[in-house]
Design a protein around this ligand. Structure first.
Ligand code: SAH
Ligand code: SF4
Ligand code: F3S
Length: 458
């Protein structure tokens, strides 16, 4: 029935019954998963997802503050929310996540049209706010609990996030996260494994364990329930139906041999390790308070190559940290060349409020940062393109995700090494199939699905 066939009274009744939300997510996988929890919670309250912001009764932003560019990106979107709120004052505008946490009540001073603001530990308060009678703006910023008890709305039925811990006890001098997500708290392993069992029963084949520093998992648990990260991986691996396990992010300082061995021993644990380098210069690593030096980092890489020679290794690198000289930057280039990363996230250093690095002398001029970034990206891509060639001529297992983004006649999926693959073939999202790789670039592989018959006679 079209809207103009409905009487005005019916329309307004429909509007109150049929509430719709729109969420925009910025930042890391933590936020992506937090948004899934928000969506699950809203749907259990009877909200439905709106296609666009202007169709929504509840406009939400899940914010990030890791770099200044993240702040700016989000603030640019707020203008539209303000306009929509002015047009229809009954709309609710909510701001969650790390930016909200880092500025707290200032959210309301800077953006008076915001109705509710909450930090990453306070997602459940959104439901409380929406179901309360109160019309006054409210902020919730305690570090209180996990959102683990909230239902999640997964983007794909066969892939899921599993938040194993929240917060971070490290003190990396550039990083805002300890102040936005609080001290590290690990979730109980029994609760985690029952969550994985429930996910597997619900069709999940690939699970990604999430935490700011996943491999320090468990240290804060009491003795009776404490297990190590490697043991947790083994328990997840033992769950029937889980074909792939990933995790992000580990810290090189806590990357122990048991976790590396687990990659060789546990069938579901993928051949991919994300090992954030940040800088190749021991002097800069010290100023970053990373608590490892170049040598120790390279030892971890050697251990990975010893146990899982073919493993993909990826990383995060910051360019232009205060005091980074040309010689320090050269050391970063040397490590990138030596390791041969399968891919790397590269960031220009961004001074963050209330972090030590923002106050350090010898800030690197912007033009120098940009120029170093260009050289770094060129080397990362060159090495990644070279590394990719090892897959050409091989048959690799692909978890099918859907249609190729560049060519709708082809399919797209991911290998265990976390490489994106575009391929010809017939398959359904969620299938695990073998794909023969014919060509490779730094970012993606291209190939053809292996025929089941060919596999039979191999
Ligand atoms: N806990 C994870 C992820 C932290 S945020 C870890 O430690 O690996 C993701 C990445 O953002 C970091 O690894 C770092 O490379 C980058 N980053 C964090 N703070 C930054 C800043 N102030 N400027 C530029 N990059 C930053
Ligand atoms: Fe930030 Fe360091 Fe913690 Fe990662 S380990 S979240 S970079 S403080
Ligand atoms: Fe993630 Fe950004 Fe917060 S990277 S932890 S959402 S500051």
């Amino acid at each position: 029935m079209s809207a103009d066939l409905l009487g005005s009274h019916t329309v307004s009744t429909l509007q109150t019954m049929d509430r719709r939300y729109h969420v925009t997510t910025f930042g890391c996988q933590m936020n992506v998963h937090d948004s899934e929890r928000m969506q699950g919670m809203l749907e259990s309250l009877g909200y439905r997802q709106a296609e666009s912001r202007d169709e929504a009764d509840l406009i939400l932003f899940n914010t990030c503050s890791i770099r200044e560019s993240a702040d700016n990106r989000f603030i640019a979107h707020l203008g539209e929310a303000k306009r929509l709120k002015t047009e229809e004052p009954s709309r609710v505008v909510g701001v969650g996540g790390c930016w909200a946490q880092s500025v707290k009540e200032e959210v309301f001073q800077r953006f008076p049209f915001v109705d509710v603001a909450f930090g990453p530990g306070q997602i459940h308060k959104l439901a409380e706010f929406l179901t309360s009678e109160s019309l006054t703006a409210q902020g919730f910023f305690e570090f209180e609990s996990f959102s683990g008890h909230l239902p999640a709305r997964r983007e794909r039925e066969f892939q899921a996030w599993l938040q194993i811990s929240q917060g971070c006890n490290c003190r990396c001098s550039y990083c805002i996260v300890p102040s936005t997500r609080g001290r590290e708290v690990s979730r109980d392993p029994t609760e985690l494994i029952s969550e994985v069992n429930a996910l597997a029963a619900d069709g999940v084949r690939e699970v990604t364990l999430l935490g700011q520093n996943v491999n320090s998992y468990g240290r804060d648990l009491d003795k009776a329930s404490r297990i190590s990260f490697a043991e947790l991986l083994a328990r997840v691996d033992a769950v029937d139906g889980i074909d792939r396990i990933r995790y992000t992010s580990p810290h090189p300082k806590d990357m122990k041999e048991d976790v590396i061995r687990a990659h060789a021993e546990l069938p579901a644990l993928c051949e991919h390790i994300h090992l954030p380098l940040q800088s190749g210069s021991s002097k800069i690593l010290k100023k970053m308070r990373r608590t490892y030096d170049r040598q120790r980092y390279m030892d971890r890489v050697a251990l990975i190559r010893e146990h899982i020679p073919d493993s993909a290794i990826t990383t995060d690198i910051i360019v232009g940290f205060p005091g980074e000289t040309e010689a320090d930057f050269d050391e970063t280039l040397e490590v990138v060349d030596e390791v041969g990363y399968d891919s790397a996230f590269t960031f220009v250093f961004s001074p963050r409020r209330e972090t030590e690095a923002a106050t350090l002398d010898e800030q690197v001029p912007h033009a120098v940062k940009r120029e170093r970034m260009e050289r770094l990206v060129a080397l990362v891509q060159k090495r990644a393109a070279e590394r990719s060639q090892r897959f050409v001529g091989r048959e690799v297992e692909v978890l099918v995700e859907g249609q190729s983004r560049t060519d709708p006649t082809r399919l797209r999926g991911r290998t265990r090494h976390n490489k994106a693959v575009n391929f010809d073939g017939i398959a359904t999202p969620g299938d695990l199939i073998d794909v023969g790789i014919e060509s490779a670039t730094s970012q993606t592989l291209s190939g053809v699905a292996a025929k089941p018959l060919a596999r039979l006679f191999r």
